[in-house]
Design a protein around this ligand. Sequence first.
Ligand SMILES: *Cc1c(COP(=O)(O)O)cnc(C)c1O
Length: 342
Amino acid sequence: MGGVIDLRSDTVTKPSAAMRRAMAEAEVGDDVYGEDPTVARLQEEAAAAVGFPAALFVPTGTMGNEIAVQLLARRGTEAIVDADSHIYNYELAAMAAGAGVLPRVLRGTRGAPDADEVEIECRPKPYYDAPVSLLLLENTHNHAGGTVLPQSRKAALLDAARRHGVRAHLDGARIFNAATALSESAAAVASGFDSVMFCLSKGLGAPVGSMLCASAELIREARVIRKRLGGGMRQAGVIAAAGLVALRENRERLADDHVRAKRLAEALAATRGFRIDPAEVETNMVIVEVDPPERAEAVIEDLKARGVLAGMMGYGRVRFVTHLDVDDAGIERAIRALRARA
Ligand SMILES: *Cc1c(COP(=O)(O)O)cnc(C)c1O
């Protein structure tokens, strides 16, 4: 009943009452001077959550990824990216503009490049060819439909890079969704990487913020780069407090989002005008092909008129993302809206 069902993204969640209370009561200090106890606590808990020694609170995932590229890749070298990755498509060429790094684009399957191809790209080259110095992976993979990178594939990819001294960063914006789907700890999902970024502001439900996690030495350097990028925040404990609530309270419940995404995918598979294999929906994203594809925008407009918001994800593809502000009743309402228009 009532309000709009917003399935455009898991970034649309509003801070809960518990988060707002924590924000109001947060102990704060100037974090540029390293004096904000709430930020310090968030950094400790975030690092522990992914099994790394240290972490840095950053305003956005994009900044976290860019800091990682500046930290790990040498200027004038290449970084391997998947053709559909967030870093390559949705971060305004930051790795070129800021880090001086050229993306070496590989077209993979289900969100990751092929390990053999990665190995070939990482091999030593003659001095007049730019070497690869960094491998960038994404788990879960947004554009591929919230897909999960199996641990065995991750191991093969990291092994291919390591063999040639190439470092590796994980864009783990939704690492806890990946861990949930794999029935693994987030630390297991993050293991083997030099650094990992994850978002508090996606499925975990915080209003703002992401974490960059790495060794203590790398994080000391990351702090300098963050300041240079204009990301040194003062009484940031006010937002870190919401991040702590998100990290402590909203990891377990991600499984509910996955069940709801599956339910939506199954309903779409049984509805005329949509093509989707529900078996491929592993986490909280449902990307459906509209048949015929030119109707995709009309589908979104029509759903909107019925109080359900979805997003475009490339030509003829519509994306629905489940999150903590959409319950079972919301999903059923979305399904009714889809059927009414089919
Ligand atoms: C959301 C997201 C990011 C970072 O996004 P910001 O909006 O900058 O916080 C990075 N990678 C992936 C895969 C994402 O989905």
